[in-house]
Design a protein around this ligand. Structure first.
Ligand code: GTP
Ligand code: MG
Length: 171
C-alpha cells in the first residue's frame, strides 16, 4: 500500500501544561496510558493519521530538563507548544521559553509550523486563545505558519482541530 509520510513532531511547553496528556489522547485508544506522570527527560510516541506517520518527542517541561529541547530542533518538522491557559503566573516564563526557541539558530531560519494548544480550557479561570496569543505576542511570529487551538486534553476536545491544521501544513 501507500507509505505514509513520516514526520517528527517536537512537543514543548512548561511542566504541567498537559503535553503528555495531549499526546496520549492522540494515540489509538488501545495504546493509551492510564495514569499520566510528570515526564522525566522525554518520551517518544508514534501514531498515524490518515496521511502521516507521526513520531512525537514529548519533552519534559521541568526547568532542569529544558536544556534537552534544543537537541531535537534540527530533526523536527513541526512543533507543538502547549500552554496551561489557567497558569497566569507562569505565562511570562512560557513566553521566555517560546522566545528562546524561536530565536534558536536551528529554528529561526526554518519555516517549521508551530501549533499552540491553549490547554485546560475547562478550568473556570482559563484565558481565551485571544488572551493567550496576546500574552505570548504570537502576532510577532511572521516567518513561520502558526495556529492556536483551545483544548481540554482530559476530554480530548480541540485536539483534532489542531492535528488537522498540522496535517495541512505537513501534507
Ligand atoms: P511535564 O511532563 O512535567 O512537562 O508535564 P506535561 O506538560 O506533560 O503535563 P501532563 O500531561 O503530565 O499534565 C499535568 C497535569 O495537568 C495532569 O494532572 C493532567 O491531568 C492535567 N491536565 C492536562 N490537561 C488538562 C486539561 O485540559 N484540563 C485539566 N483540567 N487538567 C489537565
Ligand atoms: Mg509530560
Amino acid at each position: 500500500g501507500l507509505r505514509k509520510k513520516e514526520v517528527n513532531i517536537l512537543c514543548l511547553g512548561l511542566d504541567n501544561s498537559g503535553k503528555t496528556t495531549i499526546i496520549n489522547q492522540l494515540k489509538p485508544s488501545n495504546t493509551q496510558g492510564q495514569d499520566i506522570v510528570p515526564t522525566i527527560g522525554f518520551n517518544i510516541e508514534k501514531f498515524k493519521s490518515s496521511s502521516l506517520s507521526f513520531t512525537v518527542f514529548d519533552m519534559s517541561g521541568q526547568t532542569r530538563y529544558r536544556n534537552l529541547w534544543e537537541h531535537y530542533y534540527k530533526e523536527s518538522h513541526a512543533i507543538i507548544f502547549v500552554i496551561d491557559s489557567n497558569d497566569k503566573l507562569r505565562m511570562v516564563v512560557a513566553k521566555e521559553e517560546l522566545n528562546i526557541l524561536l530565536n534558536h539558530e536551528d529554528i529561526c531560519c526554518k519555516k517549521v509550523p508551530v501549533l499552540f494548544f491553549a490547554n485546560k480550557m475547562d478550568l473556570r479561570d482559563a484565558m481565551s486563545t485571544v488572551k493567550v496569543s496576546q500574552m505570548l505576542c504570537l502576532e510577532n511570529i511572521k516567518d513561520k505558519p502558526w495556529h492556536i487551538c483551545a483544548s481540554n486534553a482530559i476530554k480530548g476536545e480541540g485536539l483534532q482541530e489542531g492535528l488537522e491544521w498540522l496535517q495541512e501544513q505537513l501534507g
